[in-house]
Write a protein that binds this ligand. Sequence first.
Ligand SMILES: O=C(O)CCC(=O)C(=O)O
Ligand SMILES: [Fe+2]
Length: 213
Amino acid sequence: MELKILSVNDTIGLVHFNGLLSLDECAELIAIGRVSDAKPSVVVDGASDAAYETSGRCSTVVAPSADMYPLILEIRRRIELFSGISQENQEPLQILHYTRGGKYDIHYDAFSDGSPQLKNGGNRLLTVLLYLNDVEYGGWTQFPHIMANIVPNAGSGILFRNTDAQNRQLRESLHAGLPVTNGEKWIASIWIRENPYITPSADRVGQVVRRKL
Ligand SMILES: O=C(O)CCC(=O)C(=O)O
Ligand SMILES: [Fe+2]
């Protein structure tokens, strides 16, 4: 693995890198995404803890078990080395697929004060996004406060901070996945918590999913 740093922004510790995954590994993750039972992506409501589908987040998601796929275990290990934060603090790796028009409107990954989600390992300190394919056009990850636009390219990725020194939402970490204008977009995402991640119990997750358009 030969990691190259392409650019850095200090305000949110945004590191744009290349080479954490090989192109073959990107293709393998996409293949895992294709064979898995993908569901519409959801957004978690900070106050109520409900997860809901919304037109503001238009993609499908799978979180394949790391026990089934050695590559996913290996990626978790690499992210541990790269981020300097224990693997235990990582939420499960998600593979996201956006088709044409797919997007994720402007949002914070960190939870706001008082969110019940904070009980599952504290706040989301860091986000790692791995771009798995070249998008024909669009699908940039945009950070309006720091005026950064990241163009998704296979094998590249970004890491950034979501929280300030008090582990509260960092204003400048606001970001969006802009609409895919042409082609499709595959990414893998991992959120890294303050403390070891506690998986919410399956039946609770099942209960909170409801449709809100
Ligand atoms: O698709 C993107 O570029 C952004 C994804 C994102 O912000 C997220 O999954 O939290
Ligand atoms: Fe995000």
